[in-house]
Each structure stands twice: as C-alpha cells, then as structure tokens.
Design a protein around this ligand. Structure first.
Ligand SMILES: CC(C)(COP(=O)(O)OP(=O)(O)OC[C@H]1O[C@@H](n2cnc3c(N)ncnc32)[C@H](O)[C@@H]1OP(=O)(O)O)[C@@H](O)C(=O)NCCC(=O)NCCS
Length: 256
C-alpha cells in the first residue's frame, strides 16, 4: 500500500489557541498491505508530497514510523489509510508540543490513548485527516470533527436523527438545511469526543441540545440524563469553520 500525504496549512481559526493542530490530505492505492508507514519529516515540513511506502522503510532522525495496531491488521486499505493519516497528524502535533512523537495506542473502545499530561482528538474523512493536541496544564476537554457537507437527500434522511424541530429553528436563513444538519452533526460529534474520556459513556444526538448558532460558534447543552459531575460544565461553545465544502468543529475547554 502506498499512502500519499501532503501537508495542508493548519487551521487559522485555531491559531490563537494554545493547542497544536496538524492536518493532511491523503489518498491510497491498495498495492500491498501495510502494517507500518514511514513519514519523512523534512518532506512534511517543507509541504512537499510525501509518498509513504512500507516496502521502503526510512531510517535516520527525520524518519517517523506509525504502526498499525493488531485490530487494524485485517482492515481494508481505506480504513488503514485513514488510521495512518490521523495517527501521523496526531504524532506530529504531539511532537511539536513536547518534542517526542509518542505513539497513540487504540483503547478497546476505539478511543485514542494520549500520552501522560496531554490530551487530543483525531478526525478523518475519505481524503483528509486532522488532529489537535494540547497540554492538560491548559485544557481539560478537546474534541474535533471534520465532515464533508452532506448531499441534500442524505441530510434530509438523517435530519430527524440529529436535530429536533426546535433545534432546526436556529438555522440562519442564509444557511442551507444540508449545511445546518452537517454542522449540528459535526458539533455534537466533537462534543462527544471531547467528553468521552471523562464520562466513558456513549450518548445519542438527542442527548445534546443545540441552543444557539453564531458566525463561528455553536452552543450545545447536555441533556440532564447525559450529564456527569466529572464534567466542568454542561454548556459548551463549539467553534466551527465552513470552508471548501467541509465543516470543521472544535470543542476546546480551557483549564480554569
Ligand atoms: C467515535 C465516533 C465519534 C467517530 O466519529 P466519526 O465522525 O465517524 O469519525 P472521525 O473520523 O471524525 O473520528 C474518528 C476518530 O475518533 C477517535 N475516537 C474514536 N472513538 C472515540 C471516543 N469514544 N472518544 C473520543 N475519540 C474517539 C478515534 O481516534 C477515531 O479515529 P481512529 O479510529 O482512526 O483512531 C463515532 O463513530 C461514534 O462512535 N459515535 C457514537 C456516539 C455518537 O456519535 N453520538 C452522537 C453524538 S452526541
């Protein structure tokens, strides 16, 4: 398998925050099954396309290896590619924070296991991956989700599952229904990823209520039944960006 990775610029909306993000575009060809990919940090830094091939392991201090966990060994190439791209972004984000590109194991519930003292979140679509990471000294919750804006028929079919009629009233007139449904979906997923490491509970879309929509943020509240005393708050402001047919949502709750 060959995975082609080209670095993209990091999200400007996140620049002012004390966290690091790494993102990439990727595509894959199912030539050979790969259990490890190799990234050349020089290629990455210089924003050149990096061709990553297991058949040619890299050596030297610029080489970064990402291993597939046992659960991924049987996975189809597409799943491996998104996993590798997400992990690569996460390891590079961590490396920027603490100088070491720690591996990020997969927990039995599939959530990532972040190194001591750090927290983060990973997302991927068919061809893009993004990870955020930060120090626990500054942040208590981090969750990110990237989604391509759904086609109208898909948004219509999923809309009932994701938002209630009352939540739909928050859609600005200038925003299409499909964009609104995608945004609500991504914001709720980002919230779920951020709180899961604390609550360890799966929640449903209707356990989270949308109660405000602004130019760059969406207000969400956890339903009383989904709340946890371990969380710092039950009301969250999820930042969002709509660009290039995609919706990017980030929930970052700072330490008090
Ligand atoms: C885990 C889940 C949130 C992934 O969302 P997705 O939009 O399908 O996929 P994304 O690419 O954005 O994110 C996948 C990454 O999230 C991370 N992730 C998986 N489970 C996670 C969890 N419980 N907590 C935090 N992060 C998690 C992983 O890093 C994963 O990538 P990887 O498997 O390659 O390591 C989703 O599939 C899920 O299990 N949802 C159940 C709960 C839910 O969605 N409720 C409604 C929202 S309130």
């Amino acid at each position: 398998m060959v995975l082609l990775i080209s670095r993209t610029s990091d999200s400007p909306a996140m620049d002012q925050l004390r966290l690091t993000t790494r993102s990439c575009h990727f595509r894959w060809t199912p030539k050979r099954p790969a259990n490890t990919i190799w990234c050349d940090r020089t290629n990455w830094r210089e924003a050149r396309t990096a061709e990553i091939d297991v058949a040619e392991p890299l050596t030297g201090k610029e080489a970064l290896a990402v291993d597939a966990p046992p659960t991924l060994i049987q996975a189809v190439p597409k799943r491996r590619a998104e996993f590798f791209a997400g992990r690569l972004c996460a390891m590079l984000a961590i490396e920027e924070l603490c100088g070491i590109a720690h591996a990020i194991p997969v927990q039995p519930d599939r959530s990532p296991c972040w190194p001591e003292g750090l927290l983060g979140s990973i997302t991927h679509t068919d061809h893009r991956a993004l990870a955020v990471a930060a120090s626990r000294a500054f942040y208590q919750l981090l969750g990110v989700d990237l989604e391509p804006v759904m086609p109208n028929d898909q948004a219509e079919a999923l809309s009932q599952l994701i938002v209630t009629p009352v939540e739909k009233l928050f859609r600005p007139l200038a925003m299409s229904s499909a964009t609104f449904v995608t945004l609500a979906f991504a914001a709720k997923e980002a919230l779920y990823k951020a709180i899961y490491p604390i609550t360890r509970r799966v929640i449903e879309f209707h356990d989270v209520k949308l109660f405000g929509l602004h130019n760059d943020a969406i207000d969400l509240e956890l339903d009383p039944l989904a709340r946890s005393h371990a969380l710092p708050t039950n009301r969250f402001s999820v930042k969002y960006q709509l660009a290039d047919g995609h919706c990017l949502c980030l929930l970052a709750v700072e330490q008090p």
